[in-house]
Design a protein around this ligand. Sequence first.
Ligand SMILES: [Zn+2]
Ligand SMILES: [Zn+2]
Ligand SMILES: [Zn+2]
Length: 436
Amino acid sequence: AMTGLIEGIEKFDSPGKGRGLRVTKAFKVGELLFSSPPYSYVLSIEERGNYCEFCFTRRKEGLARCGKCKKAFYCNAKCQKGDWAMHKLECSAMNAFGENWCPSDTTRLVARILAKKKMMKERCVSEKMLLIEELQSHLEDEDNEKRERTDTDIAALHRFYPKHLELPDHKDLLTLYSQVACNGFTIEDDELSHIGTAVYPDVALINHSCLPSVIVTYNGTSAEVRAVQDMKPGDEVLISYIDLLYPTDDRNNRLRECYYFTCDCLECKTKSKDKAKLKIRKQRDPVEPHVVNNMIRYARNTVREFRALKHVKIAPPSELLDMCEQSLEKMGAVFDDFNVYMLHMMYQAMGVCIYMQDADGAIRYGEKILKPYSKLYPPYSLNVSSMYLKMGRIYINMDRNSEGISALKKAMAIMEVAHGKNHPFLKDLRKEIGQK
Ligand SMILES: [Zn+2]
Ligand SMILES: [Zn+2]
Ligand SMILES: [Zn+2]
């Protein structure tokens, strides 16, 4: 085993998994294992103006704007100066291309990684245990569809980033895109809205489990790794790469599709939660297995179709809501309200209601989701805390203060472990509760 450079953590060869991290001392639930600044990061295009591009502080009045492109916003001149080495990759190109400037966030991140590689010759603070070059790539495993998407991204990289970057050859770019696809992190806010994309080489060493021992949260642009189970020396550090709501087959389909492996954790072996996750509605006559299987097939198709429809962005919200309601009615003939496919569509319906500012609709779905969520997700899940936050804030907007505060406090109990008691989100939350 190699000696790590972070106290209490070391890199090791995890049986059957390749590289991994393990602890060399005990950690208690809620304790910080380590934090890591990003090697590179980028604020998502949709969030421009809502956050400082440099430090990801949420928008306050008077966020200063880049005078050249008028598109990038900062807390102050210091943040603007700090971001210039990266922002200059885009500033003049955005002016030159105007409306036609449209690289994906992945391409924007790749451009920043290339610029940083050129700038930084020595090991970076985010590379204490793993260098950016050493990130796992799965180039050989990618299918044609994925390859074509990367080729499109690379074309955009050549088109929109010509001046300051000396781009490596096509093969090296394909490798870099594959590394970013398997090792990139999505920076999310307290309600799990996507803020940006980043790479943290040291954090990328952490392997997956459906029974994770740690959780990653973000403080500004830094990643923080905290224990959600008590850990003893020698325990592997394990995070979940995926949404843990779904049954074993779905989780592993997702892992194979995105990360090219199958999980062999205890939950994947015992499938102990699958029955509760696929709960059937109580009926006088037992439901035939083929009826259940057909409904599962229908549910998976609906999840896929809904995602595609939402992605096109031209579908009117009422159409999305209709699709949720119709599928819930159809599935409800066989599935219980605790069934994860029902929950998936209720969650989507709640999102559409929030978008349409239909508080009553959002609350109606949310109230059905909360209890099964708390039961089906592991303890200290961000999916659960973000649901409590959304609900609490909607209640308070409706002047249902006691229900609101109660929900916010439930979110807080989870976040104190996942984010740590001093995280800015918790300071804001205490203010929110105190004001009521
Ligand atoms: Zn800032
Ligand atoms: Zn600019
Ligand atoms: Zn698993």
